[in-house]
Design a protein. Sequence first.
Length: 707
Amino acid sequence: MKLFVLIITIFLGRSIAFAQDGTIERLKQKLITSTTDSSKSSTLDSLSMYYLFFSNQPDSTYHYANESINLAYKFSDKKFLILAYARMGFYYINTTQFKAALDISLKGISLSEEYHIPDYLSALYYNTAWVYYNLNDIKEAMLNAKKGIGSLKDDRDSFYDQALHINGIIGNILLDTGKPDSAFFYFTIVDSMASVSREKAAKDIADWYWSMYYMQRESYKIADSILSVGIINCQKNGDFLLNFFFIFSAQSNIGQGKIEKAIDNARSAFHLSLPLNDPAGARISASLLTYCFEQSGKRDSAYHYLKISDSLRAAISRNSNANEIQQIRFDQQLGQKEKEATQILMEQKNRNRITLYVFITALLFFFIIAGIQWRNNRHRKKANILLQEQKNKAESTLTELKATQSQLIQSEKMASLGELTAGIAHEIQNPLNFVNNFSEVNTELIKELSEIRSQEEEVRDEELGGRRKRREEEDAIISDLKSNSEKINHHGQRASSIVKGMLEHSRASTGLKVLTDINALADEYLRLSYHGLRAKEKGFNAVPIAIGIKTDFDPDLPKIEVVPQDFGRVLLNLINNAFQAVDEKARKVSIDFKPLVTVSTKLVADHIEIIVRDNGSGIPDSIKDKIFQPFFTTKPTGQGTGLGLSLAYDIIKAHSGEIKVDTKEARPPARSDHSGGDDPVGRGEGLPDSNRDGQAGTEFIIQLRTN
């Protein structure tokens, strides 16, 4: 895996250099024509990176990086010096001078902290993380990488997106330390960063990490597909890291036992590395070819590439030693430059000391303001703590209220079920009476038919006309039997339908919407509500003749998708309220009052309307806006939960519908025959009216879309 680390480091640097605009001549010309030190510094930085990754001339790279540092010493703003340190550290990493890279990157971090300059901190931590990782100090590598993540928000490095690279380092460390799931998380971040990155090869970087991930998980087919796309992209864009994509492909082939294919990919990588003056890529390719030829029994070829690999390893080692000598010389020069910079800084501080005294008064003023602000913040924090405590108490109370609400909702459902059961019991009695009566008649008719048949022997000698008369009598009885059987079957089916409706109503709602005939549903629950109240409430006087139960159903009403059990509860609740309203008013006003409950439906444009109307006492304006609130009721304690209309409102909203109320409160009467009594939900208490004008009453309108 250390091999992967070195490859990725070089790859990231080259993708950066390749993205630079212009050629080396244009950069040199820009350096000559630059009129400001900051412009020269930026151009020197670009030249150093260009030589490192585009032309593979490390001496020129070092020259321009060193010039960039020397120029940055002249600036009072140490931001340019920190950038130069970051670039030189990156140069040392790419030339495998890890000690030098660590030293100069740590100097940059120290300088950044001393002058409180967060610019390029993530680039410096990026360098140190790679160095520690190559030195097998995993803990320190991870610590520095995470520090780099923390400093990303302040990093304005214009040469590469540190977010992509630092997350990649962390993912690589986690993958190498046996934590593939965590590595997967960070590689996902790399993938998302690549989609918005300024780097030309950002997508290749992401593919590079994913191929590593799947190769370690031995998911070679996935790794091969990713590497194939990477090779195509590199060939299309002229990417200098094409040789390393071939190296990874060769390693994937080896993992799958595809030695011949691995040889082809390793050869491609080897031949691409040589013209790039890339000894690391050439050495790795040669090592892979040595292994593959050994596996395939071609010892001469294996020996040939082994010698090449050894010679390249020796060359890299010699280069590393030479660079260590160069580093010693640079350290001496760096120490002298830092002393000169410190002396210049001290002289500048002495010149500025007098100027600072002028601002002492202003600073004192600001300190006073800061103290006031601090005191206000303390008060604000205390208020926030108190508010949080109150919020916690409110949340606890809300939890208890929700539990109570659930219990009351269940009670409301059970009460509704009781009313429905009483109505069904009354409804089912009628068809059962028909079944019993027609069964008795059939028994008598069968007995009579048997007697006629027994007399057939005695009347054989009678005339033909007498036989015909008896046959007609038998046919009439048989016809009656058939008619009675049909009636028994009809009323039996009716009873079965009523029982089925009761079971569906009592069954917990599944929430499944089905196409439903709203006219049939409204008619059924109107009858059930009426009979339920008659059975439940003693003295309920809403008989059809006396009160008036009117239906006006639109025959063209289409079927719509609703939850029948839930929607039935809504209709039952509204119709019950209407009956209770007119019944209560009938008890309080003169005999001239004619109660009426009307249930109607109609098709309006793209929706249907279900209207439940009564001519009761109406709803007072003072409580009209509260009737759909949970637990609001005007009934006496113990007679209502206040959840009926609230549940209806919630069910209609769940069906994407609307429920509205239109009401007019009754006028005070000239006289009242009764007083007191219970007030139905939302219709006011003690509001009798002669209703001579016919205007008082309440109308609930439900609107549901047909599509």
